[in-house]
Write a new protein. Structure first.
Length: 174
């Protein structure tokens, strides 16, 4: 009788421990401050300025960001991971980059992303990418490891030979 009671108690403790472990892991996976954090980004092409960081990445886009985050944003591009893909009537350019969000001269958050820009041979383009938050300061620290989605337009300059590119898009952490 005593052995049966110990066996039942051991079984109950095992089931209880498995239930609590599953709940804890689930809660940690979904702990995002304020759910999805969306911001509008307005960006300009600066890749022609030749600015590089200590890792040799080229500063390609400089932006303002407003919404869940307010400040300045930068994308530092690595060499393209694959060659452009041509299709009729346009091409796809691929990228891998480090992005940063700055406010008042302080780096708030940074991460990595990769994606593509689709350009028709005539007209403006669209880009999108996915990534992850790899650095976050202070109260933003819980966002480390969260996923990122970025997307927007790529508008050519108004003059026929003007290479100036700009656009508006969305930066989302989820």
């Amino acid at each position: 009788m005593k052995i049966k009671a110990i066996s039942v108690l051991a079984s109950l403790l095992l089931v209880l421990s498995m239930t609590l472990a599953g709940t804890t892991a689930f809660a940690a996976d979904n702990a995002v401050p304020n759910g999805r954090l969306a911001s509008q980004i307005d960006y300009s092409y600066v890749g022609d300025q030749g600015i590089t960081d200590s890792a040799g990445r080229l500063l390609v886009w400089d932006a303002t960001i407003e919404g869940a985050f307010t400040g300045e944003m930068k994308w530092w591009f690595e060499p393209p991971p694959v060659e452009d893909a041509v299709f009729d009537p346009g091409f796809v350019a691929f990228y891998a980059a480090r992005w940063e969000i700055w406010s008042a001269g302080e780096l708030l958050m940074a991460g990595e992303s990769a994606g593509k820009t689709v350009f028709p041979f005539v007209g403006d383009g669209m880009w999108d990418g996915h990534g992850v938050v790899t650095e976050a300061k202070g109260k933003l620290n819980p966002l480390k490891g969260r996923k990122v989605y970025e997307t927007g337009t790529v508008i050519w300059g108004t003059e026929p030979l003007d290479p100036f590119l700009s656009g508006r898009g969305m930066f989302l952490i989820y």
